[in-house]
Design a protein around this ligand. Structure first.
Ligand code: PMP
Length: 411
């Protein structure tokens, strides 16, 4: 196993001591949302108990303190993804809102009829539907790269798809179903070679993989706080400052303006131009605390632990009959395992596992095109984080065998 100490770290997470149906909880639904350590909840309580006021508005002490804490959180997020400057980090509610912002601002300004937006078949709906909406409004077209037989992004197909018409390439850093980490740098270089910008959906990677937006050569990077030990309602969009500065506002209202007249207004500089209205202040501060917490453990250590967990679990799962596994194996595989018990609906599998205290997700995982490509309606999914242990994997595999055998008796 890796250097990190899951058993010690678990003490920061009171929820992980819960029993579900009388059994110790095994939380394997981290790709949907991780749990929060006390440090994050305490940072938010401290803000509410001692410092709350609206930000960027008042000269009074509390407002100055709240503003400083909020802006400090922005600097932490910038540091976490190695952004060159905090001014190009925009707080959003989540990844979904961040991608909608890009589509509605950058996309609306730059897309023309016939232009192409390139995604891949494994994208989450959050990185598909916003592009459909803006394509309908601008006359642009959405095209998708397929997967290889190993279920990696097909780089040859990407080469074939890319052309002077490509304006936006939008790909997840890590798939929420296949667990594969896409070669973003290589994809970004190809996108740039035809004059397209690179949008990276970092919802799954930011919590698990060390992220360096400069090394990735990304133009846009998005993340969700709730998947990385932060609160719900806090996410971020990072964009290259020179691109963000040229983008028109997405939402209008207070705080995003320079001057407002009855018939027109002018807009604030970045990042405020994209943060209309009172933001999720406590949540942003909570996200900053989550970043501190993750950095305290170490992102390389977290990724190594996830990978060790997935290797261990796959070793146990692969020999099992009647269990189908999805996703490639190798150094590019993060801690997610999508699987099916053949002949049994994944919802039944997830319900049976819940009876054993094990939380897994079942469904299409907001990736219907991928489900079609895999030839299934839905799958179950186990996803790991730094607080999960090999012993939990052992219990999970035992419970899965019991579940398979139980349903087989009715087949
Ligand atoms: N992209 C990916 C790859 C995801 O896994 C998710 C969350 N399941 C999202 C985008 C959307 O994240 P959110 O719901 O936090 O906006």
């Amino acid at each position: 196993m890796s250097q990190l100490e899951p058993v010690k770290l678990r003490q920061d997470f009171p929820i992980l001591s819960r029993k579900i149906h009388g059994k110790p909880l095994i939380y394997f639904d981290n790709a949907a949302s991780s749990q929060r350590p006390k440090q994050v909840v305490e940072a938010m309580s401290n803000y509410y108990y001692q410092h709350h006021a609206n930000v960027h508005r008042g000269a009074h002490t509390l407002s100055v303190e709240a503003t400083e804490m909020y802006e400090e959180a922005r600097r932490k997020v910038a540091r976490f993804i190695n952004a060159p400057a905090a001014e190009s980090v925009v707080f959003t509610r989540n990844t979904t809102e961040a991608i909608n912002l890009i589509a509605n601002s950058y996309g609306r300004k730059n897309l023309r009829p016939g232009d192409e937006i390139i995604i891949c078949h494994a994208e989450h709906h959050a990185n598909i539907v916003p592009w459909h909406l803006i394509a309908e409004q601008t006359g642009a077209v959405v095209k998708a790269v397929g997967l290889t037989s190993e279920r990696r992004l097909d780089m040859e197909q990407l080469d074939d798809l890319l052309s002077k018409r490509s304006k936006i390439v939008a790909i997840a850093h890590m798939s929420n179903v296949l667990g594969v980490v896409h070669p973003i740098r290589e994809i970004a270089d190809k996108a740039h070679a035809v004059g397209a910008v690179m949008v990276v959906d970092g919802a799954q990677a930011a919590p698990h993989v060390p992220v360096d937006v400069q090394a990735l050569a990304a133009d846009f990077y998005t993340l969700s706080g709730h998947k990385m030990c932060g609160p719900t309602g806090a996410g971020a969009l990072w964009a290259k400052a020179e691109i963000l500065r040229e983008m028109p506002p997405f939402l209008g209202g207070g705080e995003m303006i320079r001057k407002v007249y009855i018939d027109h207004s002018s807009y604030a500089d970045i990042p405020m131009r994209f943060e209309a209205g009172t933001p999720n202040i406590a949540e942003a501060i909570g996200l900053g605390a989550a970043v501190d917490y993750l950095e305290g453990i170490g992102m390389p250590e977290i990724f190594a632990h996830d990978q060790a967990m997935v290797r261990y679990a796959l070793e146990l799962l692969k020999p099992l009959e009647g269990i189908e596994l999805y996703g490639p194996e190798g150094a590019d595989r993060g801690g997610i395992i999508a699987f099916n018990v053949l002949g049994t609906h994944p919802h039944d599998v997830a319900t049976a596992l819940d009876g054993e205290g094990i939380a897994v997700r079942a469904g299409h995982h907001c990736a219907q095109p991928l489900m079609r490509a895999l030839g299934v309606q839905s799958t179950a999914r186990a996803s790991f984080y730094f607080y999960n242990t090999e012993e939990e994997v052992d219990r999970f595999v035992g419970a899965l065998i019991k579940t398979r055998d139980f349903f087989a008796a009715f087949a």
